[in-house]
Write a protein that binds this ligand. Structure first.
Ligand SMILES: [Zn+2]
Length: 273
């Protein structure tokens, strides 16, 4: 496969994963039928191009086939079973050798032709109804439809849903830290001036480093209120550079996830400069 072909395959896998994730994990319902079609078309195109290069396209126009036609290609080339070998040149091993139906050593992916065909029929009916009536018909897809879509990810041309999970967790950690910063600011603003002064003037290093014989603890500037009061009893697991703990003035808490995230963002920023 050419370099460009690989880029196309990577883009298909990413599109498949983003759309499938939105439906199966984020439980998206707005425009679900369009998202499903996009997920399925990209997923099937990647699998067909990997297994039978060229058959993902219309012979005359060179355009990528619609999902329904891609299912037909798979049906024709697998004798109607939908069982696709991961290596087109190697034989399919049985389940037991592959470590069971969900083993990573498995040598094939089963495409549930009937269920996916049914899903396309359902979503197209909804799309048609919406065009006619102009209202939102809700989520037309069943758990079985989504399961059949998600199962395509076993194929080595895809295997991309997990990457989306990691990206989304990353976004969520960032979001929850923003919420925590806001909470700590409100708490800080609720304290009266005298109390803030009293807390800022305390010598936290002396308190935690001298009295508790604890060599790992550090006291740093708080990113929220600026006091030298961020007491970290632990640090990120990668470099030990970012503290995990609490500010003893404003109560801001930095979790282990946020600490690692900040370290990695910092490394990326430095690498870019
Ligand atoms: Zn603080």
């Amino acid at each position: 496969m050419t370099g460009n072909g690989e880029a196309v395959q990577t883009r298909r896998a990413r599109q498949y994963a983003l759309c499938t994730f939105a439906l199966a994990y984020d439980k998206a319902t707005d425009g679900a039928e369009g998202v499903f079609d996009q997920a399925l078309t990209n997923g099937l195109a990647a699998i067909v191009a990997h297994t039978w290069p060229g058959k993902e396209k219309d012979r005359k126009t060179g355009r990528i086939l619609q999902a329904r036609l891609l299912l037909d290609v798979i049906k024709e080339n697998t004798g109607g079973t939908g069982r696709i070998p991961h290596d087109p040149d190697a034989p399919i091993a049985d389940d037991a050798e592959a470590g069971g139906p969900f083993g990573f050593l498995r040598t094939y992916t089963d495409v549930d032709l009937v269920t996916l065909h049914d899903a396309l029929t359902v979503t197209q009916a909804i799309r048609h109804a919406r065009d006619v009536e102009g209202d939102d018909a809700g989520m037309p897809l069943t758990e079985d439809h989504l399961k059949a879509l998600t199962a395509l990810d076993w194929h080595p041309a895809l295997r991309s849903i997990n990457d989306v999970h990691v990206d989304r967790d990353w976004e969520r950690d960032g979001h929850s830290n923003d919420v925590e910063i806001d909470r700590a600011r409100r708490y800080h603003d609720a304290l009266d001036e005298e109390e803030i002064e009293r807390r800022r003037d305390l010598d936290y290093e002396a308190m935690v480093l001298v009295t508790k014989d604890d060599i790992g603890t550090t006291v740093d500037d708080c990113p929220v209120c600026g006091a030298i009061a961020f007491v970290a009893r632990e640090h990120d697991g990668l470099r030990g550079a970012v503290g995990i703990g609490h500010c003893w003035v404003c109560s801001y808490e930095r979790t282990a996830y946020v600490a690692e995230r900040e370290l990695i963002s910092d490394l990326l920023r430095r690498a870019a400069e």
